[in-house]
Design a protein around this ligand. Structure first.
Ligand code: AMP
Ligand code: MG
Length: 339
């Protein structure tokens, strides 16, 4: 039976990085580590991924921190098969065709998030779409099956460095920052997955291990113009209409609460708010990152005149939190066709 996802399930204490060979029992050890909120690097057919429990916001926050990702660039959720993918996303005809032809394999699909989706909002950066992949690697799939929940697994390197294609590469970048590396030999494809968005007309967001020709042959029609997204750069917000921004005005670095305002607190909350949600009572930026998108959504739904946001320190994940908050506070540009 699946464990119910809970936002603050992590019981994680980091010690030093363990390196294990892909012997029997390694997948089980990886799954156990992941379920304690740990970070586990493992091979996929594309490159080595750095895995975290996709449903555990704090584990995801730790993953962004370990990689030193400058902003909450959304992550790819990995699942063992199409049935598991259907719990996370809505498949249109193009997506069905592509999944049938290329999964398992080096293809990531960006699809509308399903109501049954358990992936943390931090992992999807608050978007109402989600990127999903079924990897074609025996060890990766054994870990996914043993774990029983989706795993986010961006490349297991420091942000901006070259992607790792063997366990030694992972160790060079992440020794001491992650819990476990499962060494399953070199990654056979060695280049990241091709990302195709099937939100309306299908479009390649990132070229990768599967060619445009193969994709077009399966779709039986051409692809829209490729949208190049740099590996570590967030996809141009607004490019995909699903980009999330609260409707309510957002006021940053608040030192007091105005009448009628709701409060997004950090640490000891300011007095006087009509309603208040705390990103982290103990002032922990990792916990705050895990709560950020969910709390913003809930406060937005209250339809207050504005959301007052307390100051968040810029160290560690605070930088990415502040980046997202600045975007949320920026004047809204409403696309003509948005509903
Ligand atoms: P990586 O995990 O580093 O291989 O990169 C994941 C890529 O997937 C990034 O370039 C993201 O921008 C992209 N991505 C993930 N989720 C989404 C989404 N919902 N919409 C668009 N792009 C996404
Ligand atoms: Mg990468």
């Amino acid at each position: 039976m699946r464990e119910k996802p809970g936002k603050n399930r992590s019981m994680h204490v980091m010690s030093k990085t363990r390196l294990v060979k892909a012997v029997p029992g390694a997948a089980q050890a990886a799954a156990e580590c992941l379920s304690r909120g740990g970070l586990v690097a493992f091979p996929t057919e594309t490159v080595y991924g750095l895995g975290a429990d996709a449903t555990d916001g704090q584990a995801v926050a730790r993953l962004y921190d370990a990689k030193g990702r400058p902003a909450f660039n959304p992550l790819i959720a990995h699942v063992p098969d199409l049935d598991a993918a259907r719990e996370l996303a809505v498949f249109n005809t193009d997506a069905e065709r592509l999944a049938a032809a290329f999964w398992p394999g080096p293809l990531t699909l960006v699809l509308p998030r399903a109501v049954t989706c358990t992936v943390s909002e931090l992992a999807t950066a608050g978007l109402d779409s989600i990127a999903i992949r079924v990897p074609d690697h025996a060890l990766a799939r054994t870990i996914l099956r043993a774990f029983g929940r989706p795993i986010v697994a961006p490349s297991a390197n420091i942000s901006g460095h070259v992607s790792p294609t063997n366990a030694a590469h992972v160790l060079e970048d992440l020794d001491g920052k992650i819990d476990l590396i499962v060494d399953g030999g070199p990654a056979p494809v060695g280049i990241e997955s091709t990302i195709v968005a099937c939100l309306d007309a299908p479009v390649i967001l990132r070229p990768g291990g599967l060619s445009r020709e193969q994709i077009e042959a399966t779709l039986r029609h051409g692809l829209a113009q490729t949208v190049e997204s740099q590996d570590e750069t967030p996809l141009a917000p607004g490019l995909l209409q699903s980009h999330y921004a609260p409707r309510t005005a957002v006021r940053l670095n608040a030192t007091s609460v105005a009448p009628g305002e709701v409060l997004l607190a950090f640490g000891t909350p300011l007095p006087g708010a009509k309603a208040s949600l705390n990103l982290s009572e103990k002032g922990d930026v990792g916990e705050a990152a895990a709560n950020l998108f969910g709390h913003l959504r809930r406060l937005d739904a209250m339809r207050a005149p504005s959301i007052a946001v307390m100051r968040i320190p810029s160290e560690g994940l605070g930088e990415a939190i502040n980046d997202r908050l600045r975007r949320a506070a920026a004047p809204k540009v409403i696309p003509a066709s948005s509903s």
